[in-house]
Design a protein around this ligand. Structure first.
Ligand SMILES: Cc1cc2nc3c(=O)[nH]c(=O)nc-3n(C[C@H](O)[C@H](O)[C@H](O)COP(=O)(O)OP(=O)(O)OC[C@H]3O[C@@H](n4cnc5c(N)ncnc54)[C@H](O)[C@@H]3O)c2cc1C
Length: 434
């Protein structure tokens, strides 16, 4: 029976440990904190639906002991090293306690990297690193009238929307490149329209970053692009930088542990999954920092660490409703596709829908020479119903040529009678007349 260590008990670690145990391995899960199975993707729900810290724990974490996984909480792994043919997991404290395994899955996530802003230490600034920070903000909301939110744009919108619903007047700073720099122009315009129509219950969207936080004794205003706006609280949302014990593995340009589609690193027997991993793709690599990539990568890493032969297919898929707009993204942006050696172009289409916002927008990124569809962004009417299809188109590496004649369901009377994804593929100039 192979002995498998899983280091880090977040989403990726839980799915890895379960997959390893279910393939018959003797699996041990090491977690530095006292909580296993906390899903960080659920943290915004502490603001919107009053969820407590216990409500962040994945139901799958309760299956660990039944599956035979030994869970060691409060065990921070400092290093993984090969010794006498086995992999040794070394504890940071307790005199460097050691345990030996046949293979190791590293799933230690990211460490928060907080935007550097002058005045960030003033009372009234909430830096949302973890569950206790979300809880503190939720409990402090009663005394906050005007709040400025800054961080990764989709998370900023989600947090801003939750705060606005709870009665604060919210401005979300969308960054120096603005909303349009991070989403396709039509989708950015649809979100802006929806924010304006949402009135007081929706956040105001500001193109720009927070340059400094002003106030005597506590937050009174933020400065951005030469202007000053009054507020009595600021919410800063950190980015994450991959963090892991020293295991001698090759790292990618984004700082993650480089893995192939079997989730194995450059060190034989050491696998990685979740936010600490970076997936080789074409001539480059892409971070795997989503719940969905943590789940799939964790399952594949855990199974292969136990002698399995699984392959992960990634689509980096997200599906959410932001400001009342259904939004789903899969795959790479044009800039990301270029960074992995592709020759990308984008085609955008709008399809009439029913009701508000009354349109389905599709933006497709494809590689010009091969017509591989490497990214999809869908927004508006019934966009969520296309999310799984978008994920499979990208994850399975379909080409636009295949999509053009893809059958899709026919529902008499509906506004579009073929899949908007397939209809968008038809608009690719390289396929015109083909
Ligand atoms: C606010 C927020 C909202 C999000 N929303 C979405 C969303 O809507 N959709 C989506 O798909 N994704 C979302 N994500 C991303 C998603 O939550 C993460 O990609 C996912 O949780 C990563 O899981 P992980 O197991 O890799 O890392 P983590 O969940 O960070 O788990 C890592 C674990 O390792 C432990 N650890 C760290 N170092 C050590 C060590 N040396 N030894 C032992 N243990 C260690 C940590 O304590 C932690 O428990 C969101 C993330 C955040 C922060």
């Amino acid at each position: 029976m192979p002995r498998v260590a899983v280091v880090g008990g977040g989403a990726a670690g839980v799915f890895a440990a379960l997959a390893a145990a279910r393939l018959g391995a003797d699996a041990t899960l090491f977690e530095s904190s006292q909580r296993v199975g906390v899903s960080r993707a659920l943290m915004p729900l502490m603001l919107s639906d009053g969820r407590g810290e216990d409500g962040l724990v994945l139901p799958e974490a309760r299956e660990l002991s039944g599956a035979g996984v030994e869970v060691r909480k409060g065990f921070e792994v400092a290093a993984v090293a090969r010794r006498e043919g086995l992999l040794e997991v070394v504890r940071r404290s307790n005199g460097g306690e050691r345990a030996r395994f046949d293979s190791v899955v590293v799933s230690t996530g990211t460490a928060p990297s907080v935007p550097q802003v002058r005045g960030a230490s003033k009372p009234g600034v909430f830096v949302l690193r973890g569950p206790s920070d979300y809880l503190a903000l939720s409990e402090g909301l009663g005394s906050i009238e005007r709040v400025a939110v800054w961080g990764p744009v989709l998370l900023g919108l989600k947090v801003g929307e939750a705060l606005a619903r709870r009665g604060s007047s919210v401005s979300v700073y969308c960054g120096a490149s603005g909303l349009g720099g991070q989403l396709s122009a039509p989708v950015a315009a649809m979100l802006r329209r929806s924010a304006i129509e949402g009135g007081a219950g929706a956040p105001a969207l500001v193109d720009g970053s927070i340059d400094s936080i002003l106030g005597v004794g506590r937050v009174e205003a933020v400065a951005s692009g030469g202007g000053v706006s009054a507020c009595d609280a600021v919410v800063l949302l950190p980015n994450g930088a991959p963090s892991y014990p020293d295991a001698g593995c090759a790292k990618g340009p984004n700082g993650g542990l480089l893995v192939d589609s079997s989730m194995e690193t450059s060190v034989p027997g050491v696998f990685a999954a979740g936010d600490s991993a970076e997936v080789r793709f074409k001539a480059g690599s892409v971070p795997a920092r989503l719940f969905s990539t943590a789940r799939v990568g964790g399952e594949v890493a855990g199974a292969n660490a136990s002698g399995g032969m699984r392959t992960a297919s990634f689509s980096w898929a997200m599906e959410q409703t932001v400001l009342g707009v259904e939004l789903c993204t899969a795959g790479l942006s044009e800039a990301e596709a270029r960074s992995v050696g592709l020759d990308p172009a984008t085609v955008e289409c709008a399809f009439p829908g029913e009701g508000s916002p009354g349109q389905t927008l599709v933006s497709m990124v494809y590689d010009r020479p091969t017509r591989l569809v490497c990214g999809l962004e869908l927004a508006g009417w019934r966009a969520s119903s296309l999310a799984a299809a978008a994920s499979m188109v990208v994850g399975l590496g379909l080409t636009a040529d295949r999509l053009v004649h893809l059958e899709s369901p026919y529902a008499p009377g509906l506004a579009h009678e073929r899949s908007p994804i397939s209809l968008t593929a038809r608009q690719i100039p390289e396929l015109q007349g083909a």
